[in-house]
Design a protein. Structure first.
Length: 280
């Protein structure tokens, strides 16, 4: 047997097989990208129709990526009490903390524990009170906050909640409702004519139960110019009753009713809703 010729034939066969497999992989990826592009295009067209029909303006930038996330379970650290105000021994300069040159290093060097793990939330901050969300990766935990109290241009005291994300609880990642679909659903079913949407942000949100351990789901948080804040569950599109920016409860606490915030459906006082529902 001519081993040299046989080896050449085998090498050529393997090269041909790799080329065929590579072409199939390229074709599959191209097909998937085309389907995603068509899906995004369709939801964008639907969103523009919904906004135009009620003269609603969108001033926020929307992500176009099709994302997957999972439910997380967090444990509330009872060493941090969000209702307890603590004075700073050394007040923080507002310009150092919030100015253009502000950095995580400034937060890391402050007296506030783990402060470098938080990010400013301008949507719910107000004059004299600056709210920072704890981060999970790059996503905010909307209900887990540090609130900084300002006086005469300096941060003099703070309130803080802190959670640990439990790593032993395995959850499967699920595809999220696109931001465009979330906006069109809200515009169709909840927003008044002439509203202005100022922010659309993805993060994690949980109900304010008095419980140390609880799940948090991915939510689209949509803020309107009248400071109404809507949370739309990013798996099924259920929408909670809107909150005012100044009425956001610290995580791990309850409202006066002792019950978590309810979900609402179009035209109803309570009950789950999905983006496919329309007003009756």
């Amino acid at each position: 047997m001519n081993w040299s010729r046989a080896k050449t034939i085998l090498i050529c066969s393997f090269l041909l097989l790799n080329m065929i497999l590579g072409f199939q992989l390229w074709s599959t990826n191209r097909s998937n990208q085309t389907e995603i592009a068509l899906d995004v295009s369709g939801t964008l067209e639907e969103m523009n129709r919904a906004l135009h029909s009620k003269n609603i303006r969108l001033t926020a930038e929307l992500p176009t990526d099709v994302m997957k996330l999972k439910v997380i379970t967090v444990k509330y650290d009872d060493n941090f009490k969000p209702t307890e105000e603590k004075a700073l021994k050394t007040p923080l300069s507002m310009s150092a903390l919030l100015g253009k040159g502000a950095s995580k290093e400034v937060q890391k060097q402050s007296e506030i524990p783990n402060f470098n793990l938080y990010q400013l939330d301008s949507a719910v901050s107000k004059s004299g009170v600056y709210v920072f969300n704890q981060l999970y990766g790059k996503l905010p935990l909307f209900d887990v906050n540090v609130e900084l109290n300002e006086k005469n241009g300096e941060i003099t005291s703070y309130r803080q909640a802190y959670v640990e994300v439990e790593s032993g609880v395995e959850q499967t990642e699920q595809k999220l409702i696109p931001a465009q679909l979330a906006v069109s659903s809200l515009a169709d079913n909840y927003l008044s004519e002439g509203s202005i949407i100022t922010e659309v942000r993805l993060g994690y949100h949980g109900q304010p139960y008095n419980s140390q351990t609880q799940p948090m789901f991915p939510h689209w948080r949509i803020t309107v110019d009248n400071r109404d804040i809507y949370y739309l569950q990013a798996f099924n599109g259920a929408v909670e009753s809107p909150q005012k920016g100044s009425d956001v409860l610290p995580f791990g606490t309850q409202g006066d009713s002792g019950k978590p915030g309810s979900t609402i459906g179009p035209g109803n006082s309570a009950g789950p809703s999905s983006p496919d529902n329309k007003k009756q």
